[in-house]
Design a protein around this ligand. Structure first.
Ligand SMILES: Nc1ncnc2c1ncn2[C@@H]1O[C@H](COP(=O)(O)OP(=O)(O)OP(=O)(O)O)[C@@H](O)[C@H]1O
Length: 402
């Protein structure tokens, strides 16, 4: 199986007066695992439902495998959907749930009838083929011992596997998945994440996966389309989006502990200033303006406070407010002294923490330092700004006090 391409062009959709999708363009490659991720209400499910044919767009086109499918009903689009709610028949056994898509696909109306169908030529042979495929799919998903049970007798994880089996059994080239793991507990989600990723590799089909969970998006996808307010604000590999966010909202959404954002400004000469300190960064040809300075918690370090260690360019005297213990590491939240900015989150390996903090760390003074090369700058509209790194000249060199 090679998977089918999905091409979305200028897709718009509104409900009443509210625009939900704003001229979305997206090309998904055959066999790709593409995740639509974004905050609640950004339009992910609506986009998925339009691809499936369950919802109709106001404008724009959807093509599957190079063919425009806008006028095709969901059944004719040759794709499979997996929902958060499993969508299983509660009165049927797992075997019957898995059988039903194939029975509908392969047996004629008469062959499906209980008495007349039994006399129909070829039915026995078709049934045997279906049975073999059910056993093979169930084995692949590790639910072969559950075939006689009904959905009510299964755990959440087992139900989701049956739902996946129902989707897989017709061997579609495109899977659309809407938050399939969100009803599972944290441990099972981690396990199912890796199972889904390996299922994708085995099947070779195209997966379009909707989630608001950025960890799911980062761990499973070939590419992520990050949606905010009905638009795709960034499309790229998980690493590209994490390492090189083009938009402040993308930087803030991706990252297990949110990125630190501090208010900065650019002076008439293009120098970037943070909390009244001039940094060694310069933005070309820019007028005076407000910007956002963002840095991820792992790109901030804290050191025990010593008068000689603070006062450098990016060494900010701060106080520890609280520490979040994550087991192998900790997130230390610091309040920058004499500045009304949000707490700065610092990721610290557990083994290093003891060298920095003593006893009840709350209130302890530390020096917070940003790794300058890892800083992102964004303009007032949230668009990424490029900067050059230049050593800051002394007041004498500049020719006037700074
Ligand atoms: N049938 C509908 N009628 C009216 N408004 C709708 C309808 N379906 C969705 N919406 C609205 O459209 C917006 C986008 O909904 P959508 O379900 O696509 O978001 P989402 O990103 O999938 O959110 P979530 O992660 O919460 O599921 C929301 O504001 C929602 O309330």
């Amino acid at each position: 199986m090679s998977g089918c391409s999905v091409n979305i062009k200028s897709l718009s959709k509104g409900f009443g007066q509210t625009p939900v999708l704003r001229s979305v363009d997206l090309d998904i490659q055959p066999g790709e695992f593409l995740t639509l991720v974004g905050p609640s209400g950004c339009g992910k499910s609506t986009l998925l439902r339009i691809i499936s044919g369950l919802e109709k767009q106001d404008a724009g086109t959807v093509s599957l495998a190079g063919r425009v499918v806008d006028d095709l009903p969901p059944k004719k689009r040759e794709l499979a959907m997996v929902f958060q709610s499993y969508a299983l028949y509660p009165h049927m056994t797992v075997f019957e749930n898995l059988a039903s898509p194939l029975v509908m696909q392969r047996l004629s109306f008469f062959q499906r009838m209980p008495l007349v169908g039994a006399l129909s030529p070829g039915r026995k042979h078709l049934r045997k083929g279906i049975e073999a495929e059910i056993h093979s799919t169930a084995k692949q998903l590790n639910i072969d011992m559950l075939l006689h049970r009904k959905p009510g007798q299964l755990s959440g994880g087992q139900r989701q596997r049956v739902a996946l089996g129902r989707a897989m059994i017709r061997k579609p080239e495109l899977f659309l998945m809407d938050e399939p793991l969100s009803n599972l507990d944290a441990q099972l989600r981690v396990q199912m994440r890796s199972e889904l990723a390996s299922l994708h590799r085995t099947l070779g089909a195209t997966f379009v996966y909707v989630t608001h969970d950025q960890v799911e998006a980062m761990t499973m996808s070939d590419r992520i389309a990050l949606m905010i307010g009905g638009e795709i604000v960034q499309l790229g590999t998980p690493n590209e989006i994490y390492e090189n966010p083009c938009d402040l909202r993308a930087a803030q959404f991706i990252g297990n502990t949110p990125i630190n954002v501090l208010p900065g400004s650019v002076d008439e000469e293009g120098w970037v200033n943070l909390l009244a300190r001039r940094l060694s960064m310069r933005i070309g040809g820019s007028p005076s303006r407000e910007i956002s300075i963002a840095v991820r918690p792992e790109d901030v370090t804290i050191k025990p406070f010593k008068v000689e260690t603070v006062g450098g360019l990016l060494k900010l005297p701060s106080k520890i407010r609280h520490i979040e213990n994550l087991g192998n590491e900790a997130i230390v939240y610091c309040e920058v002294e004499n500045a009304s900015v949000d707490l700065v989150a610092v990721r610290v390996a557990k083994r290093d923490l003891a060298e920095i903090v003593e006893g009840n760390a709350s209130g302890q003074r530390v020096a917070v330092e940003f790794t300058e090369a890892r800083i992102f700058l964004f303009d007032a509209r949230g668009k990424r700004l490029n900067f050059q790194t230049e050593p800051v000249r002394s007041c004498a060199e500049i020719g006037r006090p700074s």
